[in-house]
Every structure is written in structure tokens, then in C-alpha cells.
Design a protein around this ligand. Structure first.
Ligand code: NAD
Ligand code: UDP
Length: 312
């Protein structure tokens, strides 16, 4: 007898596929819904023969009818180059995807978790960012499709909760990295590692003084599962990320050191609206979920480098 029937939208993506692994390992019946816009069957190939795992190729901008006890709503491209490829579609995925997932939760009574993002804070004026910070987001820039789409999705989650009593959990994810990031995904960790392993120039955008906090994927998934199974009535939003803060230059130097590459570090233009700093305040996650990250950046990078050595 399996524990829960769990629907994971975006389950063939980077985070979604790790989540599916963990859910299957802990005895759940998993339905993975994905249109493979940025995800890949390679990420879930090892699960496809498992009788407790089902893959449904489906676009979340359209309604879906399945029966389930829990819904993790992850479908949405997450890397700037991917979400800016078709920005209108990104907004549709966030907003229609939220409507459809929430409608399903309302009908089935399933508990539903939203993978929101630190991007709801925009280019923040305070550091670290607590959940109470309301953000500084540009409504009309190239990142807005993602940031504002995620903000509206949060609004929809709380309105379905207040208006229809839907059991919601909202998680604000900070930059996460690890095995199964797509080689061409464009995010900084995968770019730097792939460039270093190929002996290509390592591209820092801007002067490299902007900061990010990098969470290893296993830590993130642990936080996500704890949030889903947290006490009744705790909705979040809750920050999940690693509070260790590094400049992009420090990250590049660490990748150079760990790979032993001869690659040169070069500097390119900083993209529009690139946030200057980001670091989660995880006080709430510690208190409510008894969660904090355990993998140091150096160790997580080493595991990620080992993974990329096997795929490039
Ligand atoms: P990803 O691009 O690897 O995964 C997203 C998945 O959603 C892919 O498999 C993609 O094919 C699928 N998808 C996209 N649009 C879809 C649609 N219309 N219908 C069905 N499936 C669709 O990205 P990820 O890093 O795994 O991110 C997963 C979630 O976590 C996203 O919602 C993202 O916004 C959020 N998040 C991630 C990070 C991070 O650092 N990885 C940070 C903040 C938030
Ligand atoms: N970045 C960089 N070189 C790259 C890719 C990204 O210097 O090859 C920078 C980017 O400008 C940003 C930071 O690294 O300041 C994190 O970028 P990413 O796209 O990973 O995530 P986000 O900007 O959404 O935090």
C-alpha cells in the first residue's frame, strides 16, 4: 500500500526529477506532469518502468483531471535565458498553471505546494531577505514575466486558501544547483562548471560583485518535503535556501580551483535588472520545519562537477 498519490508538475525538470526520486523512495505513488519545455525524459528515465511512477506529457496551461492527495506545483522554466525565450508563455505557465493546479486541489481536497522564488523580492533593499519583505520588482523589464508571474501565483494561492479553504504551502526557493541541471540552461553554476570542464572562458556578467546564495539540491528537496508535510494551517510563505552568501567572482574562483582548469575568467555585460544581492533569512524555516541546509558550497560544487564530467 503506497502512502499518498502525489502529483508533481514540472517533474521532468531539474528540481522536479529529484523530488520524484525522493517521493518514490519514501513509498508514494507519483504522477509526473510535464510538457518537456525545459525538462527531459532523461531526468526520469530510471523511473519510467516503476509501477508507482506515471509520466503524463501535458501543458499545465490546460486543465488536468487526475485524482491525488498532494500536489507539488513546479512547472515553470527557471533560468533567465529559458524564461525569457517566450516571456508571454512564461507568464501563462505561472498564472494559468496556478489556476489549474489550484482548481484541481479544490476539487480533490489535495494539499498543494507552490514553488515560488526569491525573485519575488526583485532587487532587494535589505539583506538578508525575510518573508515579510515585500520586494522591489520591475513590472516591465525582461525578468518581469517570471517575477510577476510568480507573484500573481502566490496571490492566487492565498486567495484560493481564503476563499475556498484550499490547503496551501508556499515556498520561496533561492538559487539551487546540483546534478541534472541542463548543460545549456544558462544558470551560473552550470555555465561556470561546463565552461571550466571544456577549457572555455568563464563568463562573469558585470564585475562579479553581485551576490547569490547557493543551495545544494538535496537540501532543497528535504525542505520542500518538510514544508508539504508541515503542520495544518502553516501556509508560509517560507524561504528555503542556503544563507551562505558568495559573490559571483568568488564562485568563479572556486570552480576554477575545484576543476583545476586553465580557463580564463572574462567579464561580459551585466543583464538588465540583475539583482545585486540575494541571501535568504531562514529563521522561519528553522522554527517551523526544523530545517537548515547541510551541504557546504564547496562540497556541493564537487558533486556537481563530478556529475557534469559524466555528461559532457
Ligand atoms: P526546470 O526548468 O529544470 O524545470 C521546470 C520544469 O517545468 C521542466 O521540466 C519543464 O519542462 C516544465 N514546464 C515548463 N513549462 C511547462 C508547462 N507549461 N507545462 C508543463 N510543464 C512545464 O527548472 P527547476 O530549476 O527545476 O525549477 C522548478 C521550479 O522551481 C520552477 O517553478 C522554478 O520557478 C522554481 N525555482 C527554482 C529555482 C532554482 O534555483 N532551481 C529557484 C527558484 C524557484
Ligand atoms: N551569471 C554570470 N555568468 C553566467 C551566468 C550568470 O556571471 O554565465 C550571473 C548572473 O548575471 C547573476 C548570477 O550569475 O548575477 C546568477 O545568475 P543565474 O542566471 O544563475 O540566476 P539568477 O540571476 O536568477 O539568480
Amino acid at each position: 500500500m503506497r502512502k499518498n498519490r502525489v502529483l508533481v508538475t514540472g517533474g521532468a525538470g531539474f528540481l522536479g526529477s529529484h523530488l520524484c526520486d525522493r517521493l518514490i523512495e519514501s513509498g508514494n505513488d507519483v504522477i509526473c506532469v510535464d510538457n518537456l519545455f525545459t525538462g527531459s525524459k532523461d531526468n526520469i528515465r530510471h523511473l519510467l518502468d516503476n509501477p508507482y511512477f506515471e509520466f503524463i506529457r501535458h501543458d499545465v496551461t490546460q486543465p488536468i483531471f487526475v485524482e491525488c492527495d498532494q500536489i507539488y506545483n513546479l512547472a515553470c522554466p527557471a533560468s533567465p535565458i529559458q524564461y525569457q525565450r517566450d516571456p508571454i508563455y512564461t507568464t501563462k505557465t505561472s498564472i494559468y498553471g496556478a489556476f489549474n493546479a489550484l482548481g484541481l486541489a479544490k476539487r480533490t481536497g489535495a494539499r498543494i505546494l507552490q514553488s515560488s522564488t526569491s525573485e519575488v523580492y526583485g532587487d532587494p533593499e535589505c539583506n538578508p531577505q525575510p518573508e515579510s519583505y515585500r520586494g522591489r520588482v520591475n513590472t516591465i523589464g525582461p525578468r518581469s514575466c517570471y517575477d510577476e508571474g510568480k507573484r500573481v501565483a502566490e496571490t492566487l494561492f492565498f486567495d484560493y486558501h481564503r476563499q475556498h479553504g484550499v490547503d496551501i504551502k508556499v515556498m520561496r526557493i533561492f538559487n539551487t544547483y546540483g546534478p541534472r541541471m541542463d548543460i545549456g540552461d544558462g544558470r551560473v553554476v552550470s555555465n561556470f562548471i561546463v565552461q571550466a570542464l571544456r577549457g572555455q572562458d568563464i563568463t562573469i556578467y558585470g564585475d562579479g560583485s553581485q551576490t547569490r546564495s547557493f543551495c545544494y539540491v538535496d537540501d532543497l528537496i528535504e525542505g520542500m518535503i518538510r514544508l508539504m508535510n508541515s503542520r495544518e494551517g502553516f501556509t508560509g510563505p517560507v524561504n528555503i535556501g542556503n544563507p551562505g552568501e558568495f559573490t559571483i567572482k568568488q564562485l568563479a574562483e572556486m570552480v576554477v580551483e575545484l576543476t583545476g582548469t586553465n580557463s580564463k575568467i572574462i567579464y561580459e555585460d551585466l543583464p538588465v535588472d540583475d539583482p545585486t544581492q540575494r541571501k535568504p533569512d531562514i529563521t522561519l524555516a528553522k522554527k517551523e520545519l526544523n530545517w537548515e541546509p547541510t551541504v557546504a558550497l564547496r562540497d556541493g560544487l564537487q558533486k556537481t562537477i563530478d556529475y557534469f564530467k559524466g555528461v559532457i
